[in-house]
Design a protein around this ligand. Structure first.
Ligand code: ZN
Length: 253
């Protein structure tokens, strides 16, 4: 790091849990962010600002007017633009040293596996069960840690699946695929159910924090499932264990 970088990241470097070595790891780190919407916006902005060296943004959507209420990486001038391009420009404006690659199409499982292969951490910022399962399978195959976030209406949740560890539960241990298939008609999405704006910021920044811990080595990854009820302001924590019968991770285990 040169003097400029030492100054730029000084408020992180002065944290003993990060220090110069941790900041160097952040600068050498590669985060793959799937979804450049409400959760992906704060994730991309914070990771770029904080000095994560490389980001890959994946999203096949374009910016619409109804996104602007909460997807803060996009502005009015970005309407109609690919979300990955808009978010990359916003993140790049914060930190020109960050390498940002964009993939503006939907990835099937094979392509996703390829995309996460050289990631150090993957952030699931999507809002569909099908995408969450595909990310889970790809990251299980590649043994990558996944920081998963979700936000709908006034409710948010976060879980970290550290799939580097074979004893870790996976997303399907928490939400078995069979059940989700059965309830896929009732899938909760912001487009149909609404979401209060700052909630995606809270969960997204929580995801960014967990990703930075994984990249820098500070602290320990979040355990279990945290849920937040915005109406009461209450956080809750549930333990999540690996399901030995899990149709996804027990087969490959
Ligand atoms: Zn599992």
């Amino acid at each position: 790091m040169n003097d400029q970088a030492l100054l730029r990241y000084s408020r992180q470097i002065m944290l003993p849990q990060v220090d110069i070595a941790g900041q160097e790891r952040l600068l050498a780190g590669h985060a793959v962010i799937v979804g450049a919407g409400g959760l992906g916006s704060p994730v991309a902005l914070y990771l770029a600002a904080a000095g994560v060296g490389r980001l890959t943004l994946i999203d096949d959507d374009v910016v619409e007017l109804s996104n602007l209420q909460r997807q803060i990486a996009h502005g009015e001038a970005d309407l109609g633009r690919a979300k990955v391009d808009s978010a990359a420009a916003a993140a790049q404006a914060l930190n020109s040293d960050c390498r940002i690659d964009v993939i503006a199409r939907h990835l099937d499982e094979m392509a996703l596996r390829e995309a996460v292969e050289n990631a150090d951490v993957v952030l699931d910022c999507t809002d569909r069960f099908s995408s969450r399962y595909a990310i889970n399978r790809a990251c299980l195959g590649a043994r990558k840690p996944v920081v998963s976030g979700a936000a709908i209406q006034f409710s948010g949740q976060l879980a970290v699946f550290d799939l580097r560890n074979k004893e870790s539960p996976c997303y399907a241990c928490l939400y078995p695929a069979g059940e989700a298939g059965e309830r896929s008609d009732q899938e909760m999405r912001c487009a149909e159910n609404g979401v209060i704006a700052p909630l995606v910021g809270m969960i997204g920044t929580f995801q960014a924090l967990e990703a930075m811990k994984i990249l820098s080595g500070a602290g320990t990854p979040h355990q279990g499932l945290s849920t937040f009820d915005g109406l009461s302001g209450e956080w809750r924590r549930f333990s999540v264990s690996r399901d030995p019968q899990c149709s996804v991770c027990s087969v490959k285990g």
